[in-house]
Design a protein around this ligand. Structure first.
Ligand code: 5GP
Length: 189
């Protein structure tokens, strides 16, 4: 997605050869016009799936997931990173965050993911694939079907995308990064 790539080149900051900071458009300050364009693009690419729900993980996945859900006319569920006392029956999966170097468990209420649901997963970044794998686990526990994964930014060099594609998951990434080196962002195309 050309507009997104231009914004990443203009505003993204390379924190290390592994981590890209996009705090002024996605991860802290959010650009609503860009987010809507992202939602339109995901909706176009995944229209064929006939998904009836979107699943993401709080917090940074919510904005792109919400815009996609708006464009597709379907509800958006976000997995929580801790279980509220008010939530009783949960589906859960462990996850490792490499940006925070922390293990935690994500939870979704059984009320919102049902057998037979066709679920599209959306997230901000795809690195090693732990977040996407955790969403896939939760969908399987619900007896629902995963119809694809949309990521705003894929860092291809960390291998998560290839691993998930080998498992048969259809992934659409709107900006795919080949390398973050010497202060330069190189896209795959
Ligand atoms: P994975 O689980 O695929 O290893 O990593 C994906 C998750 O880690 C995303 O949900 C995102 O929040 C976070 N993440 C991974 N890489 C980056 C990065 O380069 N920058 C930022 N801001 N977040 C990242």
């Amino acid at each position: 997605m050309e507009l997104l790539k231009q914004r990443i080149l203009r505003d993204g900051k390379i924190l290390s050869k592994d981590i890209l900071k996009v705090d002024n458009l996605i991860n802290h300050q959010i650009d609503p016009q860009l987010m809507m364009a992202i939602g339109v693009e995901f909706a176009r690419r995944f229209a064929y799936t006939r998904a009836n729900k979107i699943l993401t993980i709080e917090a940074s996945g919510i904005a792109p997931a919400l815009m996609t859900g708006y464009c597709m006319g379907i509800p958006v569920i976000f997995a929580k990173k801790s279980q509220p006392s008010t939530m009783q029956n949960v589906l859960s999966s462990p996850i490792h965050s490499f940006t925070r170097d922390k293990d935690y468990t994500i939870v979704v209420s059984t009320e919102y993911l049902r057998p037979g649901d066709k679920v599209l997963c959306i997230d901000d970044f795809l690195a090693y694939g732990s977040a996407a794998q955790a969403m896939d686990n939760i969908i399987k526990q619900a007896g629902a079907t995963s119809v694809g994964l949309g990521v705003v930014i894929e860092k291809k060099f960390q291998g998560g995308g290839d691993k998930l594609r080998e498992q048969g998951i259809h992934i659409e990434s709107l900006a795919c990064i080949e390398e973050l080196a010497d202060g330069k962002i190189t896209f795959t195309d």
